[in-house]
Design a protein around this ligand. Structure first.
Ligand code: SAH
Length: 414
């Protein structure tokens, strides 16, 4: 591996090394929500988007989507796979004694879709599973959009056609305390006689800068998510994908401590040819998928009251690790002005300031996993078990002010 390769390409050997392994393809194949949603969307749209059509499978992996396309009647499928998995796929397709229905229908191309001069014509339909954690981790959506711009006939169909990102405020005192406890290791003044405290702040930044991937109890949400940030795969450009700003505003449903922002996505398969629309959710209340959900923990929780507005933004900028750096700013206090998401340098300088605001920076590739919760594990779990309280009477804003409600975490702990 040459270290002179610029940008994200530096990560290719590691990235494609991972996908060259059958165990990782298997992990995706065994995600039944994922695989069966793709299957339904392809088979149900067979008559309009696959029958006798030319199809391109971007990042074919084990080839599963290509096989569905052939089952749906495709004339020819161009299966482009950059990793050595392409060889395994060829083995599966060319075995003279098996899968006779695939014969002469599939062209396996072991290349990156971005490589020049690939033997691919303009196609009627593109299929791909370029989705990572929070939709865009791994930066494969850029390859999907590249394929659209280079190989899709005008009016051709994309499966999937849209992703929608959802964000919501959550409480999780256990997760927060565990993360804090890890950081506090560096607060020891005599670890084998050495004072570690000069590294405590760095440790805290590091531990809280790691997005937490895993499922969580939907009862831990302080409100329902806002109605979603759409990423339309039929129109979005590569440049737009590289820098996304997602504004949000929620009305807290409960009084409690907000420990951070949770995120997940939906996928939509809508044929341009009046086919059948299929949707899939990866949210905490939906059936589990291998994408799970992701949570961005604040270093300090933010106290919120039921019916308060929680406002802010998340800006996601690509990095060279096939992922994104994520900047978040949140306030729950009326009249507090949010900073300009375009001015990230100023944001970085101000990171720690102000009791009424929470700011954080996370590297989406520095993921840590949390498997404390399994969906369905606590069927009777109620919000109050997570210390979320719902007032019994209706307050308007005026009443809220009159009640001298706690405004900040500092007020709460004092
Ligand atoms: N389509 C398969 C695999 C999805 S995983 C399925 O649905 O099960 C994504 C695959 O895309 C991986 O195998 C990865 O190696 C491949 N890939 C990612 N970026 C690519 C690119 N730019 N060109 C070609 N293949 C790519």
């Amino acid at each position: 591996m040459s270290s002179n390769i610029p940008g994200v390409e530096q990560r290719d050997p590691q990235y494609f090394g991972y996908y060259a392994q059958l165990q990782h393809q298997q992990n995706m194949l065994q995600d039944t929500v994922r695989t069966s949603t793709y299957r339904s969307s392809i088979l149900l749209n067979g008559p309009t988007s696959f029958k006798d059509k030319l199809v391109l499978d971007v990042g074919a992996g084990s080839g599963i989507l290509s096989y569905f396309a052939v089952q749906a009647g495709a004339k020819k499928v161009y299966a482009v796979e950059a990793s050595a998995m392409a060889g395994k796929m060829k083995k599966l397709v060319s075995d003279p004694n098996r899968n006779a229905f695939l014969k002469d229908k599939i062209e396996v191309i072991n290349a990156k879709i971005e490589d020049p001069d690939l033997p691919i014509p303009q196609v009627d339909t593109i299929i791909s599973e370029p989705i990572g954690v929070l939709l865009f981790h791994e930066r494969m959506l850029e390859s999907y959009v590249y394929a659209r711009d280079h190989y899709l006939k005008p009016g051709g169909a994309l499966f999937p056609s849209k992703g929608t990102i959802f964000l919501a405020p959550f409480t999780d005192a256990t997760l927060w305390s565990e993360t804090m406890a890890k950081a506090r290791f560096w607060e020891q003044q005599s670890f084998y006689g050495i004072d570690l405290t000069s590294l405590y702040k760095d440790a805290r930044d590091e531990m809280f800068g790691m997005p937490v991937v895993g499922h969580f109890d939907p009862n831990n949400l302080i409100t329902t998510p806002f109605n979603g940030y759409n990423v339309d795969f039929t129109t979005i450009t590569v440049a737009e994908l590289q820098d996304l700003t997602i504004p949000f505003e929620w009305t807290a449903q409960y009084t409690g401590l907000m420990h951070g922002v949770a995120g997940w996505f939906d996928l939509l398969f809508a044929s341009t040819n009046e086919g059948t629309t299929i949707e899939m959710s990866t949210g905490p209340a939906a059936e589990r998928t291998h994408w799970q959900q992701v949570r961005f923990l604040f270093k300090e929780p933010l106290a919120v009251n039921a019916r308060q507005q929680i406002r802010g933004w998340m800006r996601c900028i690509v990095n060279d690790m096939r992922s994104y750096t994520i900047y978040v700013e949140v306030t729950a206090t009326d009249g507090v002005e949010l900073s300009d998401p375009n001015d990230i340098n100023r944001f970085k300088e101000q990171q720690e300031t102000g009791p009424l605001m929470r700011r954080g920076i996370w590297e989406l590739h520095e993921q840590t996993y949390n498997y404390n919760y399994t969906p369905g594990m606590m069927p009777d779990h109620k919000p109050e078990y997570s210390c979320l309280y719902e007032p019994e009477f209706n307050l308007d804003n005026h009443d809220l002010e009159a009640m001298n409600v706690m405004e900040t975490y500092e007020d709460f702990v004092n």
